[in-house]
Design a protein around this ligand. Structure first.
Ligand SMILES: [Fe+2]
Length: 285
């Protein structure tokens, strides 16, 4: 995405979307829609049927050192109860396949509600992209029809560690859905970081690299916004986050189509993520 499109000042506030009764992502105006697609992040009014209160309560209870959920074993590097080493995040992170095994039933059901929201958002990205609908499922490695990979993570920030909340990065997947209890999120626009305030009754949605990849040759590509979380202090209210990542399957393939449905490129998800990881490490040097 060219920086020339990042011209809308954030002081005006991020645009706000809703999910309609037909499960469509809608904005109040065309300029709000343009703004959201240009910056790669927007607020989503919390749908009335979303059971957020129980999920928030579940996240808050993970703070307790005797919570049984802190004993969930790690599966690889990305799942289980994890205290990260180069930032303040402490989290319980699980892929969709393990929600029923480890999460309470209402939390697993909440994750599936977020699946529905994720699909609605990605379908609107495709809709605007001009890529023929018959190809959406293939382009997204099955995510638009309920497949793909999804994480539902419960995060809090360990203020005994005087590190970044989260270092600047882009998300690798399609979209990220965030419910945060306290400020700290910032996004980079034209080389400058700007705060994304908490807006009560709204989630924060941002686009990721996989979505950027699959729309790159379409009529309306989307960009992955660079973001970070400021270091949280012990004097701050504890920052809780519920984070849902809509991702492609790690062993899948992503396809780039143009509006005529012609293939313009492809990548294994593994290769795309490895390239992003390499760039991230180089940028840190
Ligand atoms: Fe992120």
């Amino acid at each position: 995405m060219s920086s020339s499109r990042h011209r809308v000042p954030l002081e005006a506030g991020l645009p706000i979307a809703t999910i309609s009764g037909e499960q469509r992502l809608v904005f109040a105006s065309a300029s709000d829609f343009d703004h959201a697609w240009d910056v790669g992040i927007f607020y989503l009014r919390i749908p009335e049927n979303l059971d957020l209160d129980d999920a928030r309560q579940f996240g808050r209870e993970l703070i307790s050192l005797d919570s049984a959920y802190r004993q969930i074993v790690q599966y690889g590097k990305l799942e289980g109860f994890i205290a990260l080493e180069n930032n303040q995040q402490t989290k319980l992170a699980l892929r969709r396949e393990r929600w029923d095994q480890h999460y309470p039933a209402d939390v697993a059901a909440f994750g599936r509600q977020l699946d529905t929201i994720g699909i609605a958002i990605i379908r609107e990205v495709f809709n605007q992209s001009g890529i023929p609908e018959t190809l959406w499922d293939r382009a997204s490695g099955g995510y638009t029809s309920g497949g793909g990979d999804a994480f539902l993570n419960f995060v809090h920030y360990d203020t005994r560690n005087p590190d970044w909340g989260l270092r600047p990065h882009t998300d690798y997947g399609f979209i990220t859905i965030l419910d945060a209890s306290a400020p700290g999120l910032q996004i980079e626009i034209d080389g400058q970081f700007q705060a994304v305030p908490i807006l009560p009754d709204h989630l924060i949605i941002n686009f990721g690299e996989a979505l950027h990849f699959i729309t790159a040759h379409s009529d309306r590509p989307v960009g992955a916004v660079v973001h970070r979380v400021l270091s949280q202090q012990s004097t701050d209210p504890i920052r809780h986050g519920i984070v849902y990542f809509a991702n492609p399957d790690l062993d899948g393939i992503l396809w780039q189509f143009d509006v005529r449905g012609e293939i313009k490129g492809s990548s294994s998800v593994e290769d795309l993520f490895a390239l992003l990881e390499k760039n991230l490490i180089q940028n840190r040097k």
